[in-house]
Design a protein around this ligand. Structure first.
Ligand SMILES: Nc1ncnc2c1ncn2[C@@H]1O[C@H](COP(=O)(O)OP(=O)(O)O)[C@@H](O)[C@H]1O
Ligand SMILES: [Mg+2]
Length: 263
């Protein structure tokens, strides 16, 4: 008998990560509940990717704790590691760098299915199903990464992430290498997946406009610390901190409203 799986909650508690003594992530606490979409915004170098790697268990924290479904993803080993990591997946910033150029797109997805334990006989059908799920013609599975556009590659990266039937996707600037229209289509895809399947998202971007589309709640990161957090609409309408206002102005080109003073 297998125990029922713990709820797919990601929880970071006062997490610290230093490089050469300098904190890249400096005491961050955040939680993403099952099916929730949380946005993380901050300028380049604010610690977003380091936080993503900590959340995924790819880096060990120097302080604090990381838990996903009750487990420390960094310390998991063996079969349980595969099971838990399958529920927590990653969509990288640069799909061209993360997909093996020698493998056809379908082979990359099939490889993820194999790691997940999908029997060989079912893999081709599952690859086609995943391609359709991300809005790609299954015929594109035969192409190599160099024969696909940036937008198509990013969809392949999403298909590969979905191969293990994750509960939560950590997306690290998945649209920043795409043009505006490919960006919008990828955001629509992620929104649709979330609505249809209850997939949770930790969505990272330097662009508050992008995050606002997807996230229920947003955290603003600066110098490895959470500067402010709140409902996405509230931060958009009335950013509390000058740094958030600057991010908003960068995202929209308009002058952001100042917070109303309550006296
Ligand atoms: N592997 C590493 N070695 C040393 N410093 C790093 C490493 N990765 C990130 N950093 C530093 O940590 C800080 C945060 O980086 P990063 O998490 O990549 O930020 P972001 O994704 O927001 O641009 C930066 O100052 C960066 O130079
Ligand atoms: Mg980054």
């Amino acid at each position: 008998m297998t125990a029922p799986a713990a709820p797919a909650e990601l929880r970071l508690d006062t997490v610290v990560k230093r490089y050469g003594g300098r904190p890249a992530v400096d005491g961050v606490s955040l939680a993403v509940g099952p099916g929730e979409a949380v946005g993380l915004v901050g300028e380049s170098g604010s610690g977003k990717s380091t936080l993503a790697r900590l959340a995924l268990g790819l880096l060990a924290p120097d302080g604090g704790t990381v838990r996903f479904a009750g487990h420390d993803p960094y310390r998991l080993r063996g079969a349980r590691a595969r099971a838990v990591r399958g529920r927590l997946q990653f969509v990288p910033q640069h799909p061209r760098g993360s997909l093996n150029p020698a493998l056809r797109a379908g082979e990359a997805v099939a490889f993820a299915l194999r790691l997940h334990g999908t029997p060989r006989a079912e893999r081709a059908g599952a690859v086609a199903g995943l391609f359709r799920q991300v809005g790609l013609d299954p015929a594109l599975a035969r192409r190599h990464p160099r024969e696909l556009s940036g937008g198509q590659l990013q969809r392949v990266a999403v298909a590969r992430a979905l191969a293990t039937r994750p509960d939560l996707l950590v997306c690290d600037e998945p649209t920043s290498a795409l043009d505006r229209s490919a960006q919008a289509r990828l955001l629509d895809l992620l929104t649709g997946l979330r609505e249809r399947t209850g997939l949770g998202l930790l969505f990272i971007s330097h662009d508050l406009a992008v995050v606002r589309h997807l996230a229920d709640r947003v955290l603003v990161l600066r110098h490895g610390r959470v500067l402010e957090e709140g409902p996405a609409a509230d931060l958009w309408e009335a950013p509390g901190h000058p740094y958030t206002r600057a991010l908003l102005e960068a995202a929209t080109g308009r002058t952001a409203p100042r917070p109303t003073t309550l006296t």
